[in-house]
Design a protein around this ligand. Structure first.
Ligand code: GTP
Ligand code: SPV
Ligand code: MN
Length: 603
């Protein structure tokens, strides 16, 4: 190993740990990131010289870069992600687990010499605004310059983090190596009791940017349970009404199910005077404030969003935000070195696809990978809320949960109370997407859109949610939404995107006790008359079908939910199993009435 400059820190614990990891991984060089502009230029040059990044057309897309990953490394690999708590019970039935000392031993063998011939970048970062007492410091050691450059966008990175840390030992120890990028030797492993994350064999976002899903969700959720707060897979938005009332909504949708789009919603013309501004699109930390309300912060500093489907029509704000200073991964390239993806606009004649192959219009394969992504700083968003840097966070009026459900779940469903809301969110199902490896379109239960990211036992997590509700004097309303219900023709019943504003307005009015609703056995829904429908595209019949609560579909759904709660086991709170039984019994009565109309109307 060549001589390495003395570490720019007097934190002896930190220096000793970096030294120990370097002795194991044996990089040629150790480089401490300071986060300066000068350093960014140097890292970019390194990335370009080594072929990791390609500059895009500087006139069309200033200061932006393109990256193409190994084709075997394009999404999170949940089957290779582990939570190694001291006991298996603590990790629970939804996490992969291995005894910690065995896992450390296995990974030490893999990390031994893994960085030979490479640079180990020491990447200090903060999740949260530096002034916040709740912000968390992490240090990621990585042999990927792509990772260092992306963390620089996604978190407050460099000297600012070392300054915040001072001489404290309270930092997350992250170790990452792309190694030989072999899917059979790929592990993303959390040791919550040690505040340690080791990840090997992947360079992909959620597997490799350890600040994001690993620290800000899995490790944070583990800590949050002990400290009385929540770490959630949610967007955060600010809605200002024409009267100037400002309200905040946090929404948990599974990966590639619409968080970025909702966070950047452009209201349709019928909603003149409304303004939606973004605070975050992926992660929120929720705490109870002194006034008994729920407060949210976005601990991230950037957006790592899905490219395909992003267009002027669906998300004009994102299109503005991607005009400059962006990194694109696995999208397609135009002949003049600009980016393109499915759904952007008219398809070009010729492209270079995400694998670097020549691509012609009419090809059956997508030119951009379905999980291709962009990375941009928060400041790129022209509709960024000024509240985004407030360390205290913003008070939440409503919590939304929603997945991709082609059947059963109505456009919007308001829970009866907190416990019922936790039940609906905890039993939520969603059809899988390209954001994780495996089959796409399979219905799976995804409690709070957080199944891949809760770093402990799921039943205990539900208990924690119930306790949080009990501690609030003004808990937010909990709503399920579903933009993805389909008609018999297989087409979406609801136009989605900007039109979702109609649902947001109803939700905010419900929170104020203003809008009317219909009670169904499983929650409150709007009747069509309760929604603002001026200039809504689509038919009245499609809207009715989108809003419908079908008793038979819900009996089937309740059956699946019951099996899900059983699968989660003994730690599921009794309040939720009772809630399940109550809903099932109620639906049973109604179904019986429907079958025997002579006994009176069911509706
Ligand atoms: P992660 O970054 O993976 O956590 O995902 P996300 O929840 O931020 O997903 P995103 O907003 O990027 O949405 C992904 C996909 O959903 C894109 O293909 C969008 O076009 C599509 N989508 C988003 N909103 C809507 C909607 O209202 N209706 C329909 N039909 N599709 C939508
Ligand atoms: C997700 O998969 O939910 C993402 C992308 O937001 S990643 O950061 O890779 O997890
Ligand atoms: Mn996500």
């Amino acid at each position: 190993m060549t001589a390495t400059a003395a570490p720019p820190t007097t934190n002896r614990g930190l220096a000793a740990w970096v030294d120990e990891m370097a002795r194991m991984c044996k990089p040629d060089r150790v480089y401490w990131c300071d986060g300066s502009e000068d350093e960014r230029q140097r890292l970019l040059k390194e990335a370009i010289d080594s072929g990791v990044l390609t500059p895009l057309n500087d006139e069309k897309r200033p200061r932006s870069f393109y990256s193409r990953s190994n084709p075997n490394d394009v999404a999170r690999t949940e089957e290779l992600t582990f939570v190694c708590t001291p006991t298996k019970e603590e990790a629970g039935p939804t996490n992969n687990w291995m005894e910690p000392s065995q896992m450390y031993a296995k990974l030490r063998g893999m990390f031994d010499g893994a960085m030979k011939g490479r640079t180990m970048y020491v990447v200090p970062y903060i999740m949260g605004v530096p002034e916040s007492p709740f912000a968390k410091v992490g240090i990621e050691l990585t042999d990927s310059v792509y990772v260092a450059l992306n963390i620089r966008i996604m978190a407050r990175m460099g000297q600012v983090a070392l300054d915040k840390l001072g001489s404290s030992d309270d930092f997350n120890r992250g170790l990452h190596s792309v190694a030989d990028c072999d899917p059979s030797r790929r592990y993303i492993v959390h040791f919550p009791q040690d505040n340690v994350i080791w990840s090997i064999g992947s360079g992909y976002g959620g597997n490799a940017l350890l600040n994001k899903k690993c620290l800000a969700l899995r490790m944070a959720s583990y800590l949050a349970r002990h400290e009385g707060w929540l770490a959630e897979h949610m967007l955060l938005l600010e809605a200002t009404s024409p009267q100037g009332e400002v309200r905040y909504i946090a929404a948990g949708f599974p990966s590639a199910c619409g968080k970025t789009n909702l966070a950047m919603l452009t209201p349709p013309p019928a909603f003149k005077g409304w303004k939606i501004r973004t605070l975050g699109d992926d992660i929120v930390w929720l705490r109870i404030g002194e006034d008994g309300r729920l407060y949210a912060v976005n601990p991230e500093a950037g957006f790592f969003g899905v490219a395909p489907g992003t267009s002027e029509a669906t998300n004009a704000t994102a299109m503005r935000m991607l005009e400059h200073d962006a990194i694109f991964t696995n999208v397609a390239l135009t002949p003049d070195m600009d980016v393109w993806w499915e759904g952007m606009n008219g398809t070009p004649e010729r492209l270079t696809d995400w694998r670097g192959r020549d691509w012609r219009r009419g090809s059956h394969e997508p030119a951009a990978h379905p999980n291709s992504r962009f990375t941009v700083p928060l400041e790129n968003n022209p509709m960024l809320s000024p509240a985004v840097n407030d360390p205290k966070g913003v008070p939440i009026s409503a919590l939304l949960f929603g997945g991709r459900r082609s059947t059963t779940v109505p456009l919007v469903l308001e829970s009866f109370n907190w416990t019922h809301g936790v039940y609906l969110a905890g039993t939520m199902g969603s059809e899988t997407t390209a954001a994780k490896t495996g089959t796409v379109g399979v219905l799976r239960r995804d409690p709070m859109a957080n199944i891949p990211f809760v770093g402990y036992d799921m039943g205990t997590y539900f208990q924690h949610w119930l306790e949080m509700g009990a501690r609030m004097t003004r808990p937010p309303g909990i709503f399920l939404v579903n933009w993805f219900r389909k008609g018999a023709d297989g087409k979406f019943l609801w136009p989605g995107y900007g039109e979702n504003m109609r649902v947001i307005e109803w939700i905010l009015e419900r929170c104020d006790g203003k809008a009317a609703a219909k009670q169904t056995p499983v929650g409150w829904t709007p009747r069509s008359a309760d929604l603002e429908l001026r200039e809504l595209p689509g038919t009245e019949a499609a809207l009715k079908a989108a809003l419908r609560v079908d008793v038979d579909e819900w009996r089937e759904e309740l059956g699946q939910q019951g099996r899900w709660l059983e699968h989660l086991g003994k730690t599921v709170p009794r309040a939720l199993t009772l809630q399940h039984d109550l809903l099932l019994e109620t639906l049973g009565f109604i179904a019986e009435r429907t079958q025997h109309p002579e006994r009176g109307p069911a509706d």
